[in-house]
Design a protein around this ligand. Structure first.
Ligand code: DGL
Length: 288
């Protein structure tokens, strides 16, 4: 059995493109529809009720596109709304937290993992629970970094401002590195992590800056690759894979509730020029 319908991918903004990129690599025969709710991003500083309502509105819109599966490529939405979203649709709905947690639990050698995410994700302790489920012996240090999503949405992915913001955001968890590369405020060895999990799909866009701030002793992992693998498995198990072989050209569509040009500019940094035209969509009757 084969199913040519597209996969729906949702994020509050551009962060989910990091997951989309891995989905296109892992399952190149699948059509996709992406929706970024940029007009209402960031979600991570909103109430749980708002995150649930906005997420459902976005997924409702993707369902109109006749998708065969939904990927919630937003940690905040996964952390707060996934069970409810799974009840809402008669479709497989995949989140990003379990795949990321399992990648981190496999990566750590010292069994100490740091997780950074939005305030809503960290407040939910969804990563703490998911990593512990993978391996109860792993210590999980959670830390909210609310300044990073606005940085990414504004397109500041490198340079001195991004470096300073990332260093400030990571200092409570990792210490702070001086110009000579040494930590100025080293944390007690008993709390030093060897793995940093990027618990927000926006953060891989800052990966070079984050990795430089974290230093070579810390492995930086995210959920994008693991989520794409989980999706491939989900499609296979459910008989939902796209028909094999040459067929009509694959359709990839991209919607944003925000500024189309700003979205396209950021997408070009990730995908190059080979990116679909960004289409505007309005949700929630234009409610901010
Ligand atoms: N990229 C999202 C996440 O993974 C949302 C960030 C936000 O809108 O605050 O949490």
């Amino acid at each position: 059995m084969a199913d040519p319908r597209p996969i729906g991918v949702f994020d509050s903004g551009v962060g989910g493109l990091t997951v989309l990129r891995e989905i296109l690599r892992r399952t190149p025969g699948e059509a996709t529809v992406y929706l970024g709710d940029n007009a209402r991003a960031p979600y991570g500083t909103r109430s749980d009720d708002e995150v649930r309502r906005f997420s459902a509105e976005c997924l409702d819109r993707l369902v109109v596109e006749n998708v065969k599966a939904l990927v919630v490529a937003c940690n905040t939405s996964t952390a707060v709304a996934l069970p409810e979203l799974r009840r809402r649709y008669d479709l497989p709905v995949l989140g990003v937290i379990r795949p990321g947690a399992s990648a981190a639990a496999l990566a750590t050698r010292t069994r100490r993992v740091g997780v950074i995410g939005t305030p809503a994700t960290i407040r939910s302790h969804a990563y703490f629970d998911a990593v512990k489920e993978e391996n109860p012996a792993v210590e999980v240090y959670e830390h909210a970094t609310p300044t990073l999503v606005p940085l990414v949405e504004a397109g500041h992915l490198s340079g001195p401002d991004a470096e300073a913001a990332v260093a400030d955001a990571l200092a409570p968890l990792l210490g702070r590195r001086g110009a000579d590369g040494e930590f100025i405020f080293p944390l007690p060895p008993s709390t030093q992590v060897d793995t940093l999990l990027l618990g927000c799909t926006h953060y891989p866009l800052l990966r070079p800056v984050i990795a430089a701030a974290a230093g070579p002793a810390v492995a930086v992992v995210d959920s994008a690759t693991a989520t794409a693998s989980a999706l491939a498995e989900l499609l296979a198990v459910n008989g939902l894979e796209a028909p094999a072989g040459p067929g009509t050209e694959l359709l990839h569509r991209v919607f944003t509730t925000g500024d189309r040009a700003a979205f396209a500019a950021l997408a070009a940094r990730l995908f190059g020029d080979d990116f679909p035209v960004v289409e505007a969509v309005e949700l929630g009757a234009g409610r901010p």
